[in-house]
Write a protein of this length. Structure first.
Length: 258
């Protein structure tokens, strides 16, 4: 749409006055100017549309990039959280592993101490066993020697008993001598009666231990002089005369009752 340009009042005022009233105007001689406002308005509208579209697309792109950035940040944060959790799990496993290693080391040390103690105990038991074997061998020798001595003593006693049988019969029959067991091996109890004229039934006794080669009196009733009994036993060990020993013991009891 074209519009004719009309000069303003100022232009008319500046114009030189006509020399005459009918003289032609200078504006009438100027060409007509057409600015094309409609075309300019249309181009500005198209530019505005393109600019608005550019702005809308820019906003959309910025919004998409912002959303993608937020998604990336959230994903990075989740990855960081997962990695932190993995680090914590690994640290916990490392702590448990260190504790297990420490426990195993302590158990190993304890087992080594136990092994050392058992080894020492085994060596001690071995030494004790060897010592016992040596003692058993020595005891076996002593037992063998004692058995041999007992056999010799038994033979001597048997020979002496054969010699003393008539005399023992005489002592038992006429003098009230009785021989009893004392409740222990190799120990005899000799009981005398007819010792006290006031009481012929009153008895006196002594126990003779024959376990060793050297005989000994281990008890007697009633109490008598210990020195006299020891002297009588010494004579028996020297002479092996049982009859003389019994006579001597009877005399000691008779003297003690008086």
């Amino acid at each position: 749409m074209s519009t004719l340009f009309e000069p303003s009042l100022s232009t008319s005022a500046m114009r030189a006055p006509f020399s005459t009233a009918d003289a032609p105007s200078m504006a009438d001689s100027l060409p007509a100017i057409t600015f094309g406002f409609d075309d300019l308005r249309e181009r500005m509208a198209r530019f505005t549309d393109r600019f608005d579209d550019f702005i809308a697309k820019g906003r959309k792109q910025v919004l998409e990039e912002h959303n993608q950035f937020c998604i990336n940040v959230a994903q990075l944060q989740e990855d960081q959280r997962m990695k932190q959790k993995d680090i914590e799990i690994l640290a916990q496993k490392s702590s448990h592993h260190a504790a297990a290693v420490s426990a195993q080391e302590a158990e190993t040390a304890e087992m080594q101490l136990a092994i050392a103690a058992i080894t020492q105990q085994r060596d001690s038991h071995a030494q004790h066993r060897d010592r016992l074997r040596s003692e058993i061998a020595s005891l076996n020798k002593q037992i063998a020697a004692r058995r041999s001595a007992q056999q010799v003593h038994a033979k001597e006693m048997e020979a002496q008993s054969r010699l003393n049988v008539p005399e023992l019969d005489f002592w038992e029959t006429y003098l009230g001598l009785r021989i009893d067991g004392a409740g222990q091996v190799d120990r005899l109890k000799f009981v005398f009666s007819n010792l006290d004229e006031r009481d012929w039934e009153k008895e006196a006794w002594f126990e003779l231990d024959t376990e060793r080669r050297e005989y000994r009196v281990v008890g007697c009733r009633p109490k008598v002089e210990e020195g006299e009994v020891e002297a009588c036993v010494d004579r028996l060990n020297e002479s092996r005369d049982l009859g003389a020993f019994l006579r001597g013991m009877r005399e000691i009891f008779v003297k003690g009752m008086k």
